[in-house]
Design a protein around this ligand. Structure first.
Ligand SMILES: Nc1ncnc2c1ncn2[C@@H]1O[C@H](COP(=O)(O)OP(=O)(O)O)[C@@H](O)[C@H]1O
Ligand code: SF4
Ligand SMILES: [Mg+2]
Length: 331
């Protein structure tokens, strides 16, 4: 039997508590990204997606208290030394953020930005520049970008530069946090196509964070749906979109705009996610869920597998009713 490879990212029972809150902002998160796998982390704004992905780089907000484990290639970032974390951030793990302009120093040329990590690690300028040119080429840009300032290129091009920068250290894990949200539709599609191509070429594991379920469907092998700091449902992408087993996923799918759906955007989910200043007794989605019962308000549902569908877990007491009665939006 061949041994199972170590996942590039393995988050287990991650709890994160921030100062001044009544409950953990991340509450028992389990998530893995396999080598070369593309995994989407989806949920409404404020659900804890960015906090989850940033723990892979050991980037915790000030005063945060974390428990559980966050392993990158088997090493726990929650207990790692500062020196090891720095090395990790210029090597095994890289991150692409929503707004490339905010992440770049406007007074530095793109070439200096691309090569600084390798230079700091002792690589000679010539070799670092050669690598930068190779990666610019991989993201569809030519070497002339090296001499330009961020203000001289478009947002879409700048996000390509950020992706090239992220790949400079040949990472095994790339964290992309809403990388296309700030871009126009054409650049968005280009960046998605590019990430897919690069995954195939470099074999990088990708955690793609987004609030857009359609985007997640387009890019990922597997999906995690997050709600109020908990994983509500996870499954292979095709399985999840064909048959959600959690009312929140079903509601998200019903509220996602689809070109084929008459009238465009369907009803958004009524209500708001629970405030961090309140505690939650049972299911975090109970206040907004059309299937909620007394049991839901008393006891938090555990993620349970579907024996018929490998890798499909849903944390809901009434999955069977959802499957039998259709999506809440149908009700
Ligand atoms: N540095 C921080 N200090 C205090 N609260 C924070 C901080 N970062 C995030 N939060 C809160 O934690 C929750 C989850 O945030 P985040 O992970 O950014 O959500 P998402 O990326 O899903 O939109 C939000 O309610 C947010 O306001
Ligand atoms: S556990 Fe209850 S409240 Fe929560 S999603 Fe399932 S049916 Fe809705
Ligand atoms: Mg975010």
């Amino acid at each position: 039997m061949t041994p199972t490879p170590v996942p590039v990212l393995q988050v287990q029972d991650l709890r994160l508590t921030l100062p001044g809150t009544a409950r953990p902002v991340l509450d028992g998160v389990d998530l893995t990204v396999g080598a070369g796998e593309t995994v989407a982390l989806v949920g409404e704004s404020g659900s804890g997606k960015s906090l989850t992905s940033r723990t892979a780089l050991g980037l915790l907000p000030p005063g945060a208290i974390a428990s559980g484990t966050v392993r990158v290639e088997g090493e726990d970032t929650l207990t790692m030394s500062a020196a090891r974390l720095r090395a990790l951030r210029t090597g095994d793990v890289a991150m692409v953020f929503q707004d490339p302009r905010a992440a770049l120093n406007p007074l530095r040329r793109i070439g200096d930005f691309l090569t600084e990590g390798l230079r700091a690690a002792g690589t000679k300028q010539e070799a670092a520049t050669a690598r930068a040119v190779e990666l610019l080429d991989a993201v569809g840009l030519d070497a002339s970008a090296l001499g330009k300032y961020p203000s001289q290129v478009s947002g879409g091009m700048l996000q390509r530069v950020m992706i090239a920068a992220a790949l400079m250290g040949d990472p095994s894990l790339l964290l992309a946090d809403e990388p296309t949200t700030a871009l126009d539709v054409v650049s968005q599609a280009e960046v998605i196509a590019l990430l897919t191509k690069l995954r195939e070429r470099f074999g990088t594991g990708l955690l793609f964070v987004t609030h857009d379920l359609d985007l997640a469907a387009a890019i990922s092998d597997r999906v995690y749906v997050m709600y109020a700091g908990r994983i509500a449902e996870t499954a292979p992408a095709e399985t999840l979109f064909a048959g959600p087993r959690h009312p929140y996923t079903a509601a998200l799918l019903a509220s996602t705009p689809r070109p084929t759906a008459q009238g465009g955007r369907l009803a958004a989910i009524a209500g708001q996610p629970p405030d961090l200043r309140t505690t939650i007794e049972g299911c975090a989605f109970a206040e907004r869920c059309p299937l909620a019962t007394g049991l839901c308000r008393e006891r938090a549902p555990e993620p349970l597998p579907d024996p018929a569908r490998p890798g499909h877990l849903a944390a809901c007491h009434h999955t069977d009713r959802l499957v039998a009665e259709g999506t809440p939006a149908d009700a």
